[in-house]
Every structure is written in C-alpha cells, then in structure tokens.
Design a protein around this ligand. Structure first.
Ligand code: BDR
Ligand code: CA
Length: 309
C-alpha cells in the first residue's frame, strides 16, 4: 500500500478527491492538511474534516496549514466553490478536532516514518509544501515525490497564462518546482479532459444516499460555472492525481522542465514548460500528465464513489 498525505484547499473538487481516495484500497491516507485557496483556511480546515467524517474516516488526522501565500494576499474562488467552499452545503460537523502540530512538523514525521513509501498529493496552492521544504530541506530526497494539481502547459483559468493553484502562491510553487523532489504535475492540459458530462453525473448521483446528495448539491454552483463548456457536467481537476496513484494506466505522462513565472505582469503564475518546445531546459525532472482515458476514468471513479452505501 502507498502512504499518501493529502494537502487540500477543500473546495468542491477537492471534496470529490478526498471521498475517492477514501475508497481506494491500495491507498493509506496518513494525514490531511488544509491550506488557503478556494476559500479561507477556516473554511478549508472545517471542510476537510467534515468531508472525512462523511466518508466515515474521522480517524485520519487533519492539520491546519497556511492561511495565506508566502507573499501577497489571498485569492479565493467563491465564484466556483461558494462562500463556504462546498457550494453552500453544510455537512454535519465532524466531531474530530484538528491536530495542534504544525503541518511541517507532522509532514516531517510522516517522511521519517514512511520514507519512499510516501507520496504527497497537493490539491491547492503550494504554500504548505514550500514551508516544509524551507523548514526541513533534508526531506527533499527522503520521500517518493509529489503528485500535484496545478499549472498548465498551455493557457490558464484565472488569467490567460495561469492556473488557480499556482497563481495563488507562485513563489511557493517555484520553490516546490525547483526543489529536486520528483514531481508529477496534473495541470489544466489533462484535468480539463477529466470531466463528467451531465448525463454521467446524473447517473452517478441518481440514488438518495448521503454521498450522492452531497455530490449533487455541493457541485451545483460549480456545474453552473462550467455550463458554457460542459452543460451540466463538471471538471474534476483534483481527482486526477488521486486516480493516477491507483490507476496510472489511465494517464499519459511526459518528462519536462518546468519553471514558475513569479514576476511577469501578464504572466505571473504561469508554469513555463518545455514539453512541446524545441528548446529544453537543462533540468527536466517533472512528469507532466498530458492525457487521460476519459471514459475509463469516469467509469472507475463512478464505481468508487458508488461503493459508499
Ligand atoms: C484548481 O483550483 C481549484 O479551484 C480546484 O480545487 C483545483 O485545485 C483548479 O484550477
Ligand atoms: Ca483544490
């Protein structure tokens, strides 16, 4: 079994990713940390705990991470995730308190305990992970690597050049990308292919169970946001790295060099990637996911989510 640590700014697709991870038998979730992002840290911390409670996994320790980026101010995304981060759905509150230890300390302990068995999955801005690297630089060679949702070879979703998680803390992202830690990047190039159609979504949520109702209601606002392109369906960005851990054959990845633009006026937060360029950076150590077998992804994901009774 893989030991995984999930760092999340628990919004709508993060919640689906957490629920999915909890149903994958080959994954042992050893910790979850909350970070600012889709909404405030107060909300993401509560959401992470409440979603784990919904999955009946209150045994997983949840840690309180960074309330804002390393520099600059928070940029939240209530227009997709709602004021509380879960599309306005108020889950029954978790009875498990969050842990008092800092994310860096707890992750450092996890690295010591699980070593190369440990994969960190980052689903939000990379502030917590950058802090870990700054506080405990030795960890860089001691664990398996990071699977992260963020960036894009082409385009962006918050500016023409930048994806939300990277744009929210470009300095942290650049620390992570240049850390030498083996990285697998799930950017918009692949995550925008990982969508569910309206029909697939209706099939998934046809029953009247707590999970099904949560999926239907929490995603309603996000599905409206995606309306122009996905008509009632939605994109499941954060589910990609989780699925890739258990079902790597669903994804195509290619080696590339990636740098994060931390200064550009128009290009701030862009992941500059040499994947399709004749010019190659000297350091190419990022596996960039480029494609997903969408139909198989949706089928496998639906089976996992429907396995909640
Ligand atoms: C990313 O930003 C958030 O809105 C999602 O949860 C995902 O992590 C997509 O750009
Ligand atoms: Ca996220």
């Amino acid at each position: 079994n893989k030991a995984i640590w999930i760092d999340t700014d628990t919004g709508v697709d993060d919640a689906v990713a957490l629920l999915t991870a909890c149903r994958i038998e080959t994954i042992n979730i050893v910790g979850v940390s909350a970070v600012h992002g889709n909404t405030t840290l107060t909300n993401t911390l509560r959401n992470a705990r409440d979603v784990l409670a919904l999955a009946d996994r209150e045994d997983i320790p949840v840690y309180r991470g960074a309330s804002g980026p390393l520099m600059y101010a928070c940029k939240t995304a209530e227009y997709v995730h709602g004021d509380n981060g879960l599309g306005g759905v108020n889950l029954p509150p978790s009875s498990a308190p969050y842990m008092e230890e800092s994310v860096s300390q707890a992750l450092r302990r996890a690295v010591s305990k699980y070593g190369r068995q440990l994969v960190v999955v980052a689903l939000g801005p990379l502030t917590n992970i950058a802090r870990l690297i700054l506080e405990f630089p030795e960890v860089r060679s001691l664990f398996a690597g990071i699977y992260l949702m963020g960036g894009a070879v082409y385009g962006g979703n918050v500016t023409p050049c930048a994806e939300f998680n990277i744009y929210s803390d470009p300095q942290a992202a650049e620390i992570v990308f240049q850390s030498g830690i083996p990285l697998t990047m799930f950017g918009l190039d692949v995550t925008m292919q990982a969508y569910m159609t309206c029909e697939e979504f209706q099939q998934l949520t046809a029953s009247d169970t707590a999970i099904s109702n949560f999926l239907r209601e929490s995603t309603a606002l996000a599905r409206k946001y995606y309306e122009p392109d996905f008509a009632g369906g939605m994109v499941l960005h954060d589910v990609c790295p989780i699925m890739a851990l258990a079902y790597p054959d669903l994804f195509t990845t290619k080696l590339a060099g990636v740098f994060v633009e931390t200064q550009g006026q128009l290009t701030m937060g862009k992941t500059v990637c040499d994947l399709y360029s004749d010019y190659h950076f000297a350091d190419r150590h990022v596996m960039v996911a480029t494609d997903v077998l969408r139909a198989d992804f949706v089928r496998t994901l639906s089976e996992l989510l429907q396995s909640y009774v």
